[in-house]
Design a binder for this molecule. Structure first.
Ligand SMILES: [Mg+2]
Length: 229
């Protein structure tokens, strides 16, 4: 007997290898500014960007502030000459072109077909995400996309999940599962909304004082028995 037939599935670092997309896009951007990026510089950007995303999740800054702050501050931090705001615009154009998927993501979507409806839940800029989802084959292989910018609210806010659910026909909290890599956005949001959650934790990160998901898995394949697919 299948318990879940609606999967609310995160995109970045769940279906898409965001770390790789980001690294590739930042390196391409920096080369346009005459900077050859090494691993240390790329890691520094990633940490800086993560910190801003956490601030966004906590409601301390807006998406617009995140988009512009990240390059202004990053350029300043590393003494990179160039217009941070122009870099922010250009970065989104470049990032739109990168959509590497994680191991087993395509197979997971294939397995779900006709058995479990899959809806993507993503925090991000609509233009960038829609382009990347299309490139990755996610758009054609899922039942709907919910993107924070279009919903006017973001994960982990309950309102995000309420709005997404209201657009899903025959939605039921009991039959839905939230699946994603972020404890603060996906798992916390899913729990607050009142649905079961599954934490995709490919690197076996420790959960220190985070919300406790119902399931925790390291590969997409481990979702098969949970979904009975
Ligand atoms: Mg994610």
């Amino acid at each position: 007997m299948r318990k879940y037939d609606i999967l609310l599935c995160d995109a970045d670092d769940t279906l898409l290898d965001f770390a790789l997309c980001e690294k590739t896009a930042v390196a391409a951007l920096l080369s346009e500014f005459g900077v050859k990026a090494d691993d240390a510089l790329l890691s520094s950007y990633s940490e800086h960007n993560d910190r801003l995303w956490k601030m966004l999740e906590r409601g301390e800054i807006t998406m617009q502030e995140l988009i512009f702050l990240r390059f202004r501050e990053f350029f300043k931090l590393h003494g990179i000459k160039g217009d941070g705001d122009r870099a922010a615009v250009r970065y989104r154009e470049i990032l739109s072109k990168y959509a590497f998927t994680t191991d087993g993501a395509k197979e997971l979507l294939d397995r779900c077909k006709g058995k479990v409806r899959v809806y993507v839940i993503s925090n991000g800029k609509a233009e960038v995400q829609i382009s990347r989802f299309k490139l990755a084959g996610i758009t054609d292989n899922t039942d709907g996309l919910f993107i924070s910018e279009l919903l006017g609210t973001k994960k982990p806010d309950t309102d995000f999940f309420v709005k997404a659910a209201s657009s899903i026909s025959d939605f039921s909290k009991e039959r839905a599962l939230v699946y994603g890599d972020s404890l603060t956005a996906d798992i916390a949001g899913g729990i607050a909304f009142g649905v079961d959650t599954c934490w995709y934790n490919p690197h076996g990160k420790a959960n220190e004082n985070g919300p406790v998901p119902k399931y925790e898995i390291r590969t997409h394949k481990e979702l098969y028995p949970i979904l009975h697919i």
